[in-house]
Design a protein. Structure first.
Length: 337
């Protein structure tokens, strides 16, 4: 009985020590991060190391030490702390981004940097392998490909990210820009409009609105030349047979959208992500306000004129959109596997 009592005391003591260590580590870690953010790297890193020594298996303290060294201009020391964290059970996407930044800075400091940026890109690829649903890793890898003037490879990475992490918005935005640059107006429109409905970044949404307006008007026009893909061909036939418009005026664009919903609202093609969304918006009586925010982005005078006669509808749409961003749960794949 006495042995059991001593065992209980020992366990209680151990729990108390662990709790105290955790509390002390947290306090030191927070103070260390504050100092690093202020540029006081030596003292900040010292506190972060003390926190890590109290909680040696914690991911965050080693991660913050690596980030601090990188921020202080010492990517080699940063890599020393960041590299082992790739195998941590609680690894986060940001680790692979910081590690890639380490390799990039190390290469930049060499007389003859690797033009293929292999170690940097391999860090991001390994991150994707470990965390395939982390959309930001595809974004980072694709942006590196763009910097290396490899737009086709970048597009492939963006679209892989869209497939594997469909609810990460920015990959749609950049894929839309690349599709537009490549002359594919249909997919520039689809990707841009999905992004427009997901994101809260107003500046990027304005750019997306211009992409949507320009690309969709091309698709709706008689001059659009669709690709041989089945979706393109059927959409082209349906638009030319059922939704032909002789004007690019706003009212005509609204009519085309309504026609598209009524004739193709239940399609299973990838464009359904847009049609399902616009069908919901239309059911709430907000379709015209929604399209006005897109198609009149480049024509402020016309937009202000429209708003002056539709102020309540526009405000209703604005409030609804704020609380109801698009959530994409199903992969959108341009190229069928």
């Amino acid at each position: 009985m006495k042995g059991t009592f001593y065992l209980f005391l020992l366990m209680a003591f151990g729990v108390g020590v662990c709790a105290q260590n955790t509390s002390d580590a947290y306090s030191k870690g927070v103070e260390g991060i504050k100092l690093v953010d202020k540029g006081e790297f030596t003292q900040g890193i010292k506190l972060l190391k003390q926190a890590r020594n109290l909680e040696p298996h914690d991911f965050d303290y080693s991660f913050e030490i690596g980030k601090a060294y990188l921020k202080s201009g010492d990517p080699k020391k940063a890599e020393k702390y960041l590299f082992p964290l790739q195998y941590h059970s609680k690894v986060l996407p940001g680790l692979f981004i910081e590690l890639a930044n380490c390799y990039r800075e190390i290469e930049d400091g060499k007389k003859t940097p690797d033009p293929e940026r292999k170690k940097e890109l391999d860090a991001l690829r390994y991150g994707i392998q470990k965390l395939p649903e982390a959309g930001i890793l595809y974004l980072e890898l694709a942006n590196a490909k763009l910097e290396m003037e490899q737009p086709l490879e970048a597009l492939a990475v963006f679209e892989n990210g869209i497939s594997k992490a469909p609810n990460f918005a920015e990959n749609y935005f950049w894929a839309a820009k690349l599709m537009k640059a490549a002359g594919n107006d249909l997919w520039a429109w689809i990707y841009a409009e999905v992004f427009f409905n997901m994101s809260d970044d107003e500046e990027m949404k304005r750019t997306a609105a211009l992409l949507i307006s320009d690309a969709s008007q091309v698709v709706f026009s008689t001059s659009w030349k669709p690709d041989p893909d089945k979706m393109d061909q059927e959409l082209h036939y349906m638009l030319s047979e059922n939704c032909k418009q002789n004007s690019s005026e706003f009212n005509a664009l609204v009519a085309t959208r309504i026609c598209l919903l009524e004739n193709w609202g239940n399609t299973s093609f990838p464009i359904s992500s847009i049609l399902t969304r616009t069908k919901e918006i239309r059911s709430k009586g907000l379709l015209e306000a929604y399209l006005a925010t897109i198609h009149l982005e480049s024509d402020k005078a016309t937009f202000l004129s429209w708003v002056s006669g539709n102020a309540k509808t526009f405000e209703d749409y604005r409030k609804w959109r704020y609380w109801n961003p698009l959530i994409v749960t199903k992969s959108i794949q341009r190229i069928s596997e």
